[in-house]
Structures are given as structure tokens and as C-alpha cells.
Ligand binder design. Structure first.
Ligand code: ATP
Ligand code: MG
Length: 246
């Protein structure tokens, strides 16, 4: 595959102890595309994203960014080189202002004051609601607004790749629609997106390539535009969609 920006290549990963969570998992994110990762609870989706973000070390295989192995790269260096992450669990600092949350998102590039100021102004343009509430404590925002703040915070380093872990989970439908539109906009700007999602239908709709993980392994993967030709994938997805409520 050409134009791969970020890649897990047959990686195995454990948390503390010797239980291997990811086994021989390969996922390739192509430049300027949305790569979706779906699968049942506990399949290892979040673990795969954390591995890409260098939160977890790999015990086997390799992880490459822009063609180079990053399995030993410091996470701060990875962030400086353009990877951002929006975690599954709530992560804003409720007792800090919206603006301070954004400034903290740029911690790894804190010496680049002009770059940060520019990025924050861009983010305010993208999310006028955050500009209005820049002095409010983040904890006073609604769940959906906090999600936007988390997404905005991931953008203040002007990343090339953004890893989203279930961005619309527990979010009111009116916001989740906006979130998916926003993720597509990020892709259309030329950024690379990796999207972990429980919302199979939405994820399949906006992804360019879809991976299914099951029990810590690759189950199947396919470009979404040829998915109808992939009977196994089509059956898997239609089975899930039939049992999922959006
Ligand atoms: N910090 C941890 N320490 C030990 N085991 C963990 C830890 N986090 C996750 N696991 C285990 O790793 C496996 C994969 O978890 P992971 O969170 O990656 O799944 P997931 O596909 O993201 O699931 P979900 O859809 O529920 O978010 C599960 O069996 C889980 O119990
Ligand atoms: Mg998860």
C-alpha cells in the first residue's frame, strides 16, 4: 500500500504482566484518509490506538511513522512530529479555563509561542462556541462541548495524524453529527485520521478503509468503497448494524 503514514506492523502488546492483549496486529493508516477500527468490546481497539500514540510499548513487531520505526521514540517527540490523540475517557481539566486547556494541549511545543497562538486562534475560528467560553471553567461545559474542547485541544499542535477513540460515545445526537462532519473536514484538509468507533454504521460511512479487530487480532479489513464486494465484511457489518442502535 502506498502513502502509509502510520503503521502497526504485526505488533504484540501486553499491559503489566504477561497477558498479551494485541497479537500480531497490523493496521496501516493512509495519508489524508480516515482509517476506521471497529470490533466488539475488549477487542483491543483502544489498546491499538494507545500503541500508536506510544503510551504502550510493543513486545513484538514494529511501529512506523513516516517510514521510520518509532518503537523507541519518546512520546513528546512523536507529538512534536505531528501525532495527536483524543482519548476514549473524559480528559479535560475541569478546574482550568477552556483557554488553559488549549494551552496545555500545546505543552510539548511550549517554546513555540507564535505557533501556539496561531493554532489557538484557528481553533477558535473552527469552534466559535469555545471562543465564547474561553474564560469559563471547562468543567462547566456540557459533555458534548467538552468533547469539542478535547478535539480542539488535539489540534493546537497542528498535527498531521489524529487518533480518535470513540469520539461520539455518550454524546447527544446533535453533537455527534457535528463531530463526524468535523472529522471528515479534518480529513479533507489533508490530515490523516484513525477512528476507533462503536458506532459501526457511522464509522463505515466516513472511513476510507475499515479494520475489524476481534480478541486482540485482525479479523478482516477492506477499503470501504469495495466493501460490498467483500462478502465476509458485508455480512459482519450488516449483522452488527442490525443489532446496534445509533
Ligand atoms: N490498563 C489495562 N490493564 C490490563 N488490561 C487492560 C487494560 N486496559 C485494557 N485491558 C484489557 O485489554 C483488552 C482490550 O481492551 P481495550 O480497551 O483495548 O478494548 P476496546 O476494543 O477498546 O474495548 P471497548 O469497546 O470496550 O472500548 C480487554 O480485555 C481489557 O480488559
Ligand atoms: Mg476502547
Amino acid at each position: 500500500m502506498e502513502n502509509i503514514v502510520l503503521e502497526l506492523d504485526k505488533v504484540s502488546v501486553s499491559y503489566a504482566g504477561d497477558i498479551t492483549i494485541l497479537k500480531d496486529v497490523s493496521i496501516a493508516a493512509q495519508k489524508g484518509k480516515i482509517t476506521g477500527i471497529i470490533g466488539p468490546n475488549g477487542a483491543g481497539k483502544s489498546t491499538a490506538l494507545k500503541t500508536m500514540y506510544r503510551v504502550l510499548d510493543i513486545s513484538q513487531g514494529d511501529i512506523r511513522y513516516e517510514g521510520q520505526s518509532i518503537r523507541r521514540l519518546e512520546q513528546t517527540e512523536l507529538i512534536r512530529r505531528g501525532i495527536a490523540y483524543v482519548p476514549q475517557s473524559r480528559s479535560v481539566f475541569g478546574e482550568l479555563s477552556v483557554r488553559d486547556n488549549l494551552v496545555l494541549g500545546a505543552w510539548c511545543i511550549r517554546n513555540e509561542k507564535a505557533r501556539i497562538a496561531r493554532a489557538i486562534e484557528n481553533v477558535y475560528e473552527l469552534f466559535p462556541m469555545l471562543a465564547e467560553k474561553r474564560d469559563a471553567f471547562a468543567g462547566t461545559l456540557s459533555g458534548g462541548q467538552q468533547r469539542f474542547l478535547e478535539i480542539a485541544r488535539s489540534l493546537v499542535t497542528d498535527p498531521k495524524v489524529i487518533l480518535f477513540d470513540e469520539p461520539s460515545a455518550m454524546i447527544a445526537p446533535k453533537y455527534s453529527k457535528e463531530i463526524y462532519a468535523f472529522i471528515q473536514k479534518i480529513r479533507d484538509e489533508g490530515r490523516t485520521v484513525v477512528l476507533v468507533d462503536q458506532n459501526v454504521r457511522q464509522c463505515a460511512n466516513i472511513s476510507d478503509h475499515l479494520y475489524v479487530l476481534e480478541l486482540g487480532r485482525n479479523k478482516i479489513d477492506s477499503p470501504t468503497n469495495t466493501m460490498n464486494g467483500n462478502a465476509e465484511m458485508a455480512e459482519l457489518i450488516s449483522g452488527w448494524i442490525a443489532h446496534k442502535v445509533d
